[in-house]
Design a protein around this ligand. Structure first.
Ligand code: MRU
Length: 357
């Protein structure tokens, strides 16, 4: 593999060093200017890393939470209170961000593992928890690879692809979801022209997606969010690829704020709009988008965060939802590690979880 690509697809955004018993993350808030790694040791540091987007992207949040639960379990003495204390830590971490379902999913998986192994000795119980976290991590690598393969089947060499936010290796592991087909295709000698929405207000597209793609040698053009329409009108976009934070049972999909606008534009211009994500992001207990909790964040992110001086009145009212919901009717396909789901999503998504198949 080309060295530039390898550096990007093998980035260690989350690493558990078993010999040193250390959970290490790459601080994504400092990219692209600085690559700094942080050691997370306390529940407060873990909560803060997720809340402030030092680690971000639905699958990456889940992986970080899984290792965090293992680290916290190591701090609890074995005894009657072991499980209830771990449950409290899980509830605390889960309250850091509400929308990405991978967070609660990973915490639940870790608690289930703890419960199943409570009768074991302390070292064996901790080992089972470590193995579960490592399996969630390894599984995401495999899922991203499979999603990338399926995603490649809906585009061809030379296509223009528009993406919103960041759903690359930094947000997951290895190839990523929405960026996976682009990176995998590049590895195979295909050429794509990618338009990366800047993604106001936290600039994941500018800071992370264009950074990842350019470093991987992909032809990437950064645009402001309000420029998506013109590049589509110009005929430069043959497909939209976005990630997801929670997919409801009817296919309604929460993703970074601005995603639904891209989908509406894509429909207007007749461009296929694909959502890419692992099955761990599908919430079959959530009937539709109206039931997805939408995180609201600090107005300072809009008014001040990226400017030398404030760019809005200090007391102006702000509304800062971090995600929006794209209606299932706007989605051409939901690309998972198990294949591509198409409408009617109530049936195609349910079939993914049908154990008889
Ligand atoms: O607030 P963020 O940066 O965590 O939002 C991330 C997104 O919306 C991603 O598109 C989504 O989590 C998918 S990551 C593979």
């Amino acid at each position: 593999m080309d060295e530039k690509l390898r550096k990007v697809t093998h980035v260690e955004n989350i690493r558990y060093d078993k010999a040193a018993e250390e959970l290490v993350i790459l601080d994504q808030t400092l990219l692209p200017n600085e690559e700094k790694f942080l050691r997370l040791t306390t529940a407060e540091e873990m909560y803060d890393a997720i809340k402030t987007l030092k680690v971000r992207g639905a699958p990456a949040i889940g992986i970080c939470a899984a290792y965090s639960m293992y680290v916290l379990a190591r701090s609890i003495p074995q005894g009657e209170e072991f499980y209830s204390t771990l449950e409290k830590y899980g509830a605390y971490l889960n309250s850091s961000r509400p929308t990405a379902v991978n967070l609660s999913w990973a915490i639940r998986e870790m608690l289930k593992t703890a419960q199943e192994n409570l009768s074991l000795s302390r070292p064996a119980l901790l080992e089972a928890l470590y193995e579960k976290a490592a399996a969630i991590h390894a599984d995401d690598i495999a899922k991203c690879a499979a999603i990338s393969e399926y995603g490649l089947t809906v585009v061809k060499d030379g296509d223009g692809i528009l993406t919103h936010c960041n759903a690359g290796p930094l947000a997951t592991s290895r190839y990523g979801t929405a960026l996976g087909p682009i990176l995998l295709g590049t590895e195979r000698g295909m050429k794509f022209r990618v338009f990366s929405d800047e993604t106001r207000p936290l600039l994941q597209g500018a800071r992370l997606t264009s950074y990842e793609l350019q470093r991987a040698g992909v032809d990437v053009t950064l645009i402001c969010d309000n420029m998506a329409s013109i590049v589509m009108k110009n005929g430069w976009v043959q497909a939209c690829f976005v990630g997801c934070d929670r997919v409801a049972a009817n296919g309604d999909t929460a993703n970074k704020i601005g995603t639904s606008g891209v989908a509406i534009l894509a429909k207007h211009y007749g461009i296929p709009f694909y959502v890419l994500g692992p099955t761990s992001t599908i919430d079959m207990n959530c009937p539709d988008g109206d039931h997805i909790p939408i995180e609201e964040r600090d107005p300072e992110e809009i008014k001040n965060m990226w400017y030398e001086k404030p760019m809005a009145l200090r007391d102006v009212k702000c509304y800062n939802p971090a995600f929006d919901v794209t209606d299932h009717s706007l989605i051409t396909g939901i690309i998972t590690e198990k294949g591509i789901c198409r409408a009617p999503y109530t049936e195609s998504l349910a079939a993914l979880f049908d154990n008889k198949k």
